[in-house]
Design a protein around this ligand. Structure first.
Ligand code: NAP
Length: 295
């Protein structure tokens, strides 16, 4: 038998293709937090290609501008609204603006999060609070506002919360983010049951390692320290942001209406990787290139 010339999981179809009918999201509004950068932008792009109007929300002007420039022209209209998801009042204002422009969003993608690697003993209480506040509290505030409006209007909706696989495994070097993502995953399960009777579907979506141009310097530096990321994945390759986008558009589509309370992992099985021979433990301080702990 001829050996496979391209071992590992095959590369996905090119950008611009989709498994769903082209008008799947025509007449639909999709709100994506953090949709002006990285994976959020890739997810928003896939909804737009399928005809959705987009509302993109985040704090920074340059990210909102990037969303408007890069997502307009893919399909539907794009409204970029400045909003810090830690503030429930600003979230109310965001939904008011979205409703006034395109009507109540049918789909909410809770993608915004904050993260940076740091040994737990070096983490300041403020750093802990900030990450939990954005990643967990912000996700809940957004979901709450979305659900309250749909309950009042008696209309169905779909929520996709973007998570991370260390919600299950713990995340050495990311204690704040891992704990917050565990909360986000748990919230998916609770809210799906609470809001299912009102027609609101709630799912989680977990990306694997999906490098992109907007990664923060901290995370990029951490990645750069690990050479040859591809061979460290069971797939023998990293993920492409569009692969997350395709999964999100399926989860929120009419074809996935009976899927709720589920968290879908798109990581080529990387989070399930175990080795026969346990590798040596390298302390997190060493992995992050930090010297000995100084109080
Ligand atoms: P990213 O580029 O750092 O994006 C984070 C986004 O969140 C930014 O657009 C940021 O916009 C927004 N944001 C941060 N704080 C906010 C706040 N307080 N209010 C509103 N928006 C806020 O991250 P990414 O790599 O694309 O990751 C996207 C999602 O995937 C995150 O949930 C992340 O945890 C998850 N994830 C990513 C990977 C990966 O390999 N990239 C792996 C696992 C999980 P502003 O700065 O403009 O506010």
């Amino acid at each position: 038998m001829t050996p496979d010339p391209t071992p590992g999981l095959p590369t996905p179809p090119p950008t611009g293709t989709s498994a769903l009918p082209p008008d799947t999201y025509a007449g639909t509004t999709v709100l994506v937090t953090g949709g002006g950068t990285g994976l959020g932008k890739a997810v928003a792009a896939e909804f737009a290609r399928l005809g959705a109007d987009l509302v993109v929300a985040s704090r920074k002007e340059e990210h909102l501008k990037a969303a408007e420039e890069e997502l307009s022209g893919l399909g539907g209209r794009v409204l970029a609204v400045p909003c810090d998801i830690r503030d429930p009042d600003r979230i109310t204002g965001l939904f008011d603006r979205a409703e006034a422009a395109f009507g109540l969003p049918h789909v909410l993608v809770n993608n915004a999060a904050a993260n940076f690697p740091v040994p737990a003993e070096d983490m300041s209480p403020n750093a802990w609070r900030t990450v939990v506040d954005i990643t967990l509290n912000g996700t809940y505030y957004m979901a709450r506002e979305f659900a309250r409006r749909h309950l009042a209007a008696r209309t169905p909706g779909s929520i996709v919360n973007v998570g991370a696989s260390y919600a299950w495994t713990g995340g050495p070097g990311y204690a704040h983010s891992a704990a917050a993502k565990a909360g986000v995953k748990n919230l998916v399960e609770t809210l799906a049951v609470e809001w299912g009777p009102y027609g609101i579907q709630v799912n989680g979506l977990v990306p694997g390692l999906m490098p992109h141009e907007d990664m923060t310097a901290d995370i990029r530096a951490n990645l750069d320290r690990v050479r040859a990321a591809d061979v460290r994945q069971p797939a023998l390759r990293v993920g492409q942001p569009r692969e997350l986008g395709w999964a999100a558009t399926f989860l929120a589509s009419p074809y996935a209406r009976f899927i709720s309370g589920h968290t879908l992992v798109v990581d080529g099985a990387n989070w399930q990787r175990r080795d026969l021979v346990t590798p040596e433990v390298v302390p997190i301080r060493e992995q992050l290139g930090r010297g000995p702990f100084t109080p």
